[in-house]
Design a protein around this ligand. Structure first.
Ligand SMILES: [Zn+2]
Length: 49
């Protein structure tokens, strides 16, 4: 039971999604956000492992 939960948590952690402004590279919270630095809404999505 506990082992199953840990495995799910690890899997979630392994597949972090990062959103980053295509214009200046600033990290944003979601793909729908606009960049706090330059105001662009063109956000790139990266999945890190
Ligand atoms: Zn930007």
């Amino acid at each position: 039971m506990i082992e199953t939960v840990n495995r799910l948590l690890f899997r979630h952690h392994d597949a972090d999604v990062v959103y980053e402004c295509r214009e200046c590279g600033t990290s944003v919270d979601s793909v729908d956000d606009e960049c706090p630095s330059c105001g662009r809404t063109d956000v790139a999505t990266f999945v890190t492992e």
